[in-house]
Every structure is written in structure tokens, then in C-alpha cells.
Design a protein around this ligand. Structure first.
Ligand SMILES: [Zn+2]
Length: 131
């Protein structure tokens, strides 16, 4: 297999597939939250070290949730000025819980793509399936 290096493919990444070959799904089968450790087709390593995706949940998810939460809250305040602030906070909180759970794999994919740009894989970074 060719060692995965070079240009990142954004479309497969946003579809939660391997950013290099685009064929292998990033998530393990039947799971919403867990990623495979690598791609069997092109040897791309998804999880480079233990705890690799922790940065995704802290940096990408919180930034996205803060942005969407503030935007949605401001939209509600603008569109429904007579609505009590507690109701707006409750509506935004429920929205953020649902959106946050839905967004977890996408934040991990964004993190993977960002790391690929900043720290491209070397020939030594090959996925080897553990038995
Ligand atoms: Zn691949």
C-alpha cells in the first residue's frame, strides 16, 4: 500500500470517510461516537496516539457550540422579544445538547483534517491492524 501523505480531501472527511482515499468510514460500524484507529485500504492512521481526539471535543466542539448557542439565542431574542429569558436559555440549552451529541463525530473529523494540515503523516505513520 502507498503511504498516505499529501493532499487532504475535504469532501470525504465531511462525509466521515477516510480523508486520504475516501473509501473507509471513519466511525466503527454501528457507532456514532467511536472512530476506527486507521484505514485498511490506504494505511492512513486516524488515531495517532491515545487520547488523540480529546482536542476535538475541547477545541472544536466547544467553539462550535458556543458560536451556534450564542447565534441561536440572539436569533430567538430578536424574533421573539417578549419571550422570557429563562425560556430562551432553556430552548438554547436543549438545542445545544442535541446539536452537541450530533456534532461529536464531525468535530473529530475537523480535528483530524486540521492535524493533517499542520502535521502531515510521515512514511513511518502507517496504520497497522492489531490482532
Ligand atoms: Zn483510506
Amino acid at each position: 500500500m502507498a503511504t498516505p501523505q499529501g493532499k487532504l480531501k475535504l469532501l470525504p472527511l465531511m462525509r466521515l470517510h477516510c480523508p486520504y482515499c475516501g473509501s473507509t468510514p471513519l466511525r466503527t460500524e454501528g457507532s456514532w461516537f467511536y472512530f476506527r484507529t486507521g484505514c485498511k485500504v490506504c494505511d492512513y492512521v486516524y488515531e495517532r496516539e491515545p487520547g488523540y481526539f480529546t482536542g476535538a471535543s475541547w477545541m472544536v466542539s466547544y467553539a462550535a457550540l458556543a458560536l451556534f448557542g450564542c447565534g441561536f439565542g440572539a436569533l430567538l431574542l430578536y424574533r421573539l422579544p417578549d419571550l422570557d429569558a429563562m425560556w430562551i436559555a432553556a430552548i438554547v440549552s436543549v438545542f445545544l445538547i442535541v446539536f452537541g451529541l450530533w456534532f461529536v463525530p464531525y468535530s473529530m473529523a475537523i480535528w483530524l483534517g486540521f492535524d493533517h494540515i499542520v502535521h502531515p503523516l510521515t512514511p513511518a505513520d502507517r496504520y497497522v491492524e492489531k490482532k
